[in-house]
Each structure stands twice: as structure tokens, then as C-alpha cells.
Design a binder for this molecule. Sequence first.
Ligand code: LER
Ligand code: MN
Length: 276
Amino acid sequence: MISSCVTISVVEASRGGPFVFWDDLGAACKTAHDIGFDAVEIFAPSADALQQLPLAQVLADHKLRLAAVGTGAGWVLHRLSLTSSSFDERKAAEDFIRRMIDVGATHGAATIIGSMQGSFHSPLDRQSGLGYLGESLARLSEHAASAGASLLYEPLNRYETNLVNRLEDAQRLLIDAGAENVHLLADLFHMNIEEVQIAEALTRCGSRLGHVHLADSNRRAAGMGHLDFRPIAAALAENNFCGYLSAEVFPLPTPEEAARQTMESIRTLFSKNPSH
Ligand code: LER
Ligand code: MN
């Protein structure tokens, strides 16, 4: 059974980014619960910052799970990337993610690697960039497995990375690297730019698909753009997808309306009722 999820950012420097709720964790979780979400996904500045949030209490108060934690702040705030040409920077990037896996695992959450995959730039070529990325994903995969957590790898569109833009290439990278405990994160916004056929690309992921960032063509809540969600819902149903549909969208026209529209689309298009 699919679960519903909504994003919360507590990273001031990401203001304007595609996150539904901002700043006030308690208020965000209360609204998420009232609308009927099963879980939240949190974008935090670092593992230490995540650890300092009163997460366990707030999640319990509002009967929510922590589906996943994002690591994008490692790039946004610290410019850390797994494909930097500097060994020290690649190591710092891996350490940042390792710590996030550990803290996320204490709440049963998966960790997302998206922006921290970076891009290749001279003097690196594409093959070396992909090589560094694959090696890191394999090491982080083992770390996550030993922490009892799962790891999600997210291909991004061409304006955010020049490494991996499509799910099929991401799947090939994970297989070649032997990163067995890493699942794919399918962000429909990126897919709408890069994939030939969104539903087919989802079908080809099979059981490797772990998480979906649910967004419409314009990165607003599902139903506020022009994506046809029917074949997407059919592909997920055929795959027996039982991960999270997580709203990673702009808070437009307001956070609450974006969250309500998402829940309405999850109910009508993905046949999943609110949690209460
Ligand atoms: C960035 O565009 C994105 O989709 C995030 O989920 C990556 O961390
Ligand atoms: Mn995303």
C-alpha cells in the first residue's frame, strides 16, 4: 500500500525551493496530520541540526512517521559533493551523508542523495565522475545496511547535474557499483524534463523503486500542472509500489493549499485515502 508524505524544510538558505512547509516543525506536523498525511520528509542543515530538533516528540504527538531525510544542504550550505575533484571534499561529503544516515536511522527514516551527487567539471571527465559516485554509493550502501536504514538515490534534471538524469542510467550505475542497499527515488518534476515516457521508466525500475517525489509539470502540487497522472498511477500499481508519494513542491498558493491539493490527488488518482 502506498503511503503519503509531505516535505518540511528547516534550511533558511533554501528559501524559495520546492518544499511545502517551512521553519516551524510542530506547526507543519500538526497541519500534515490534520490533512491526513502518513509521514513527513525533512530537509535539515546537517545531521547535528536534525538531532537537535524535537523530532521524536513531534512525530509521536501527530502520529506521523519520518519517511526520509534530505542531504541537499550538504551542497547548498557547504558545497560538498561526492564527485568533487578533491579527495578531501569527497570524503567530507561522504562523512556528511554517513552522519545523516545514522541520525535518520534512529527515526526509521531513509536518507536521500540528490544534489550531493554533484557534477563533473574539468579536470574530471564524465567516467571519473561516475566512478567516484558509484564508489561512494557502494560504501554508503553498506553503511546504511549496517545502520538498518535504506538509502535513496535520485537522478536530477540536466540543469542540476551532468552525471545521471534518467532512472535507467541511475539503475545501471547502482548495479555496476554493487550498491545493493540503494533504491531509486523518482522525482516526477525531473522525469518530466528528462524521460521519454514517465510511466514506462517507472515500470522499468521494478522493485528498485523506493520513493517518489510527487510533483506536477511546474513543480506545483499534483493536479496544479499538466502532467497526466493516470498512467503514472497505473505503472506504480502494476509494480506493487508500496513506498511513499512525497510532495516535494513549491508552497503555492500557500503551504496548506499545496498540501491539501496533494492529498486530494493522492486520494483520487492513486486510490489512497487520508490516514484518518
Ligand atoms: C532537487 O531538485 C531535488 O529534487 C531534491 O530532492 C534533491 O535533493
Ligand atoms: Mn526531488
